[in-house]
Design a protein around this ligand. Structure first.
Ligand SMILES: C[S@@+](CC[C@H](N)C(=O)[O-])C[C@H]1O[C@@H](n2cnc3c(N)ncnc32)[C@H](O)[C@@H]1O
Length: 277
């Protein structure tokens, strides 16, 4: 299949799934490979035949939807964001937790992929925050739609490239070497619970001090779905709590419930409904 054929197909198919082409432009290669394999498996000649198939068999859309999951991640991706979490954000959230007479900071990591981001929170907490705040704990809920990613997250075993932004001292302390791989020690896995959830339809039950929704909704979803997600995130972030997006992401125009906290890093603060327009 030519790149231009796949691009045409994606530009047609993505709006059906409430996704946007702009988010996929750079990463389309892996989606196109999956579509190509699907054409072969179904014995179809080209994407035109696949479009006909989708018209006849609407259940096939869930296959296309799964093809559009991009699972790139790594530990402390955009290191300056995780530095800011350790130095500035966690101390604020600890103050918020104390006002609420809580001894635990609750985090929600949306689109947890193979667990890299959820475990990065634990490592920042363990090495950069917890020693100064005895008696306080951390819990992370990592939600993810893809079963394969959840299995990877639970295995907590990574190649070196996943760890390249992690301080070396942390890597040596937190991982056991297994051949070419690095397995996270159990004590750093314990604060994390992975949940199989589709952000478009569900969220965990509680409200969180810290929500990370990075390189998912605000890259790949269309604007209407972004607004719906934004409302869902606001409903699950405590007033005064913090929302972190990907470094190249921002909330859609007119989104309410959050105010920028640090623009270049995509960090927002949850404000009460009475304070937003
Ligand atoms: C590009 S990765 C980002 C991982 C991590 N947040 C980061 O920034 O490094 C996006 C992840 O979101 C997951 N995902 C895609 N659609 C989702 C949905 N509707 N609900 C929950 N997770 C989803 C994908 O399976 C993938 O693992």
């Amino acid at each position: 299949m030519k790149d231009s054929e796949c691009v045409n197909f994606l530009q047609w198919a993505l709006p059906h799934l409430q996704m946007r082409w702009a988010g996929f432009r750079k990463v389309r290669g892996q989606v196109c490979k999956r579509i190509q394999r699907r054409l072969q498996a179904l014995g179809l000649a080209d994407v035109h035949a696949y479009r006909e198939r989708l018209a006849q068999d609407p259940g096939e859309w869930s296959v296309v939807d799964a093809f559009c999951r991009i699972s790139i991640s790594r530990f402390c991706r955009d290191r300056q964001v995780f530095d800011a979490l350790g130095r500035l954000v966690f101390p604020e959230l600890l103050a918020l937790a104390r006002v609420r007479r809580e001894h635990r900071v609750h985090c929600w990591n949306v689109g947890a992929a193979g667990g890299e981001e959820a475990y990065s929170l634990v490592l920042v907490w363990s090495f950069a925050v917890a020693p100064q705040y005895p008696g306080m704990d951390l819990t992370v809920h990592g939600s993810e739609v893809d079963d394969h990613q959840i299995a990877r997250a639970q295995a907590a075993c990574y190649g070196r490239s996943s760890l390249k932004e992690l301080p070396e001292a942390w890597r040596l302390e937190a991982f056991a070497r297994e051949g070419d791989l690095f397995r996270l020690h159990a004590k750093y896995r314990e604060p994390v619970l992975f949940l199989r959830q589709d952000l478009r339809e569900e969220a965990p039950k509680r409200e969180y001090h810290l929500v990370l929704c990075r390189n998912l909704a605000f890259t790949y979803f269309d604007e209407m779905l972004q607004h719906a997600v934004c409302r869902r995130l606001a409903a699950h972030t405590l007033p005064g709590g913090i929302l972190v997006l990907g470094s190249h992401e921002k909330l859609p125009p007119g989104a309410t419930g959050f105010r920028p906290w640090s623009r270049p890093m995509g960090i927002y603060r949850r404000v009460p409904a009475s304070e937003t327009g």
